[in-house]
Each structure stands twice: as C-alpha cells, then as structure tokens.
Design a binder for this molecule. Sequence first.
Ligand code: FDA
Length: 327
Amino acid sequence: MGVFQQVVRPVILGAAQSSRMRRAAEQIPVTRKVVDRFVAGETVPEAMDAVAQLRDSSRTVTIDYLGEDTTKVEDADATVRAYLDLLDALGKRGEAANTKVRPLEVSLKLSALGQALPRDGEKIALENAHTICERAKGIGAWVTVDAEDHTTTDSTLSIVRELRTEFDWLGTVLQSYLKRTPADCEEFAASGARIRLCKGAYDEPASVAYRDMDDVTDSYLRCLGVLMAGSGYPMVASHDPVIIEAVPALARETGRSVADFEYQMLYGIRDAEQRRLADEGNQMRVYVPFGNEWYGYFVRRLAERPANLTFFLRALAERKPKATPAV
Ligand code: FDA
C-alpha cells in the first residue's frame, strides 16, 4: 500500500470530522475556488444550471443537497424543505417521467435527515425520507440513499427495505470496501433493487473493511458480477478505468443491454470520460452536490486521489500575497 493510502488518506479523512479544521478551511478564500470544481453552487438555481448543462450533453443526474451528521431536529427539517424545493424545481423542467430510466434523481444522506438524533433518530430519518420519496414520486424522479460510515449500514439498509415496500424504485448505495457487501449485493440483487455500487469513501477499520486498494477493486468487480447477474438495476459508480473497462464484458455475459445498467461519476471528475461514455450510447449519470455544507464532501474528494490534494495545495501556494499594509 502506498504512502498516500496508508498515511495521508487517514489523516485527511480525520480532518473531515474536525470542526476546527472545517472553520479554518471555510475561511481560506482559495478553498472556494477548488470547492467549485466539485460542487455545483450553493443554491437551487445554481444546481439547476448544472443540471441543464449535463442534460444538454445526454447525461442524467442525481442531485445531492449537501449536509450530514445532523444533530438537531430543526436542521433535519430544513434539509427536507431543501429537498422539496429542489424536487419542485426539477418538476418544472417537465422531463418525461414515464421512461424506464428516470433522467432526474436525488441522492439523500440519512444522517442529514436525523438518523443520528439521540431520540427516535431512525424513525425520524425514515419519516423524512418518506416525505421526500412521496414528492419525488409526484414528479417522476428517482431517489437513492447514500452509504455513510459502517456504523450506520444496518440502520440505513433497514430504512431502505422498509421504504422499498412502498417505493420499489428506491435505490441505495453499497460500498465494496466493506467485507459484508457481497452478501448485501446478493440480497438486493435478488429483490430487484437499484444498487449504486461504489468503493467507499470513509476511513474504516480493517475489522470490517478492506484497506488495500487492490483488494477494494477486486471486491468491487466481484460485487458488480453479483449485481449484473441479479434482477435489479446496477449503477456502476466509479471513475476507475479498471472497473469501467470490465463492464461491457460483464454486461454481455449476463445478457444486459446498455439500457439495463448505468455508469455514474461525480460532478467535476473525469468530465471527458463521462462525455465519451454518454456519446457512445451508454447511460451516464452524474452525482451533482450543491449547498453550503460542502466541507465533509470536499475533504473526502481530497482524500481519494493525490492529484486532487495536489490541486488544492497548488491553489493554496499560488495565492496572491496580500499587499503589504502601509505603516
Ligand atoms: P479511485 O478514486 O480509486 O480511482 C481509481 C483510478 O481512477 C485512479 O487511479 C485513476 O486512474 C482514475 N481516476 C480517478 N479520478 C480521476 C480523475 N479525476 N482524473 C483522471 N483519472 C481519475 N462513497 C461512499 O462512501 N458513499 C456513497 O454514498 C458514495 N456515493 C457515490 C456516488 C457516486 C455516483 C460516485 C461516483 C461515488 C460515490 N462515492 C460514495 C465515492 C466512492 O466511494 C469513491 O470514494 C470514489 O468514487 C473514488 O473511487 P473510484 O472508484 O472512483 O476510483
């Protein structure tokens, strides 16, 4: 394992939890410039501009209102209102809602909807997600539930199972770095669910997760094989060329056409590759985060790839020195 994976990544991911680091990062003006590369603005109109551009280039979208680890009921309520506003704005686009693959989708973090609240957190998150699913159904959009750190997985999947009894189109994310995930893939693939498979972005202990990136990629390909062979709808969420190149053969072997699965990447990452896949007739969905709670999301992107961190550090180094104050 490289120095970046072994030493740098855990330190950066540790910073994602630090409110002191968060305040410091928010105060450096250059952070904003780098954040803009990964985040589509702070407001619904800004997110809608990004959606319009992506739709113009034949890409579908999933939109995430940034925020996580809510500790107040009022904040969870505000997140629900933000999603309802977003869905209303998406509804106004008037896109066909009866297509097999819905072009518009929102992604939710249950921790932003109250899952971690000390009293009735799981119940509150379930009710809040239900409210959002109802509105999404009304405009013909899909909803997918994000995966957070491993301590939340059981609770998240039980909420998803419950919601799927009413909204069978609800999707969820599974993370290939978790050792439990092949079994979760078997379960959800058999129930015909939409599953977004990603590698996983949190710093997890070796007791529950693979920590070597080659092991994570091997696990990804095994899990994807299970999803492709199942009766659900696999969503291949990765920028990794090794994974993307493996997909056509897997689809052929399991008798899937390009309409029966989709590729997914994050906003601002490998844009040219996203366009190539879309131009070749594949379904390519882009995860578009927006809002002002960008810190945790941004730090996870820095921890993924030395080049992302280098980009940030270079921007910091290139900062114009302040004019010397007159004395
Ligand atoms: P990885 O970062 O391991 O990169 C592998 C290779 O891809 C690199 O070596 C390089 O060759 C290439 N590459 C990557 N980025 C590149 C770039 N910018 N330019 C050129 N080449 C590049 N995680 C989570 O824990 N919970 C979640 O709910 C989600 N949700 C989610 C949704 C979607 C749509 C995506 C795409 C990802 C997530 N993730 C996530 C994040 C995910 O777990 C993971 O951290 C990142 O996608 C990074 O892993 P990759 O598989 O993309 O490859």
